[in-house]
Write a protein of this length. Structure first.
Length: 111
């Protein structure tokens, strides 16, 4: 399981039947900054994930990959490798918040 940020969308007008109706999002996994351990930083990788929850661009999400992506009742028959299984509210490391959805939303509204 990984923490990732939704950075974009994928539109595919032609898909196999089992994928019709499923929203595809571009996600970028994040990791703890190894130098200061006070924030999350990108890993520099991106994946296309099936969204099962209604996530949107800018949301921090939980993703699973590989066979784990097909372990939910909603995805067990889909030809997928990455799925969004949660929308992150907060990440705490060593009693310190390194991500808060509430703080991100207030920053976004201020701009």
């Amino acid at each position: 399981m990984f923490v990732a940020k939704v950075t974009g969308t994928v539109v595919a007008t032609q898909k196999v039947d089992s994928m019709k109706g499923h929203k595809l999002l571009v996600v970028e996994p994040y990791r703890l900054d190894s130098t200061h351990r006070d924030k999350l930083v990108t890993t520099g990788r991106t994946f296309v994930a099936v969204d099962m929850l209604g996530a949107g661009v800018g949301d921090m999400v939980l993703i699973v990959q590989g066979s784990s992506a097909r372990f939910t009742p909603e995805t067990n028959k889909l030809p997928i490798d990455t799925v969004i299984i949660g929308i992150v509210d907060q990440v705490n490391i060593e009693k310190q918040s390194v991500y808060s959805r509430k703080d991100e939303q207030s920053v976004n509204y201020a701009n």
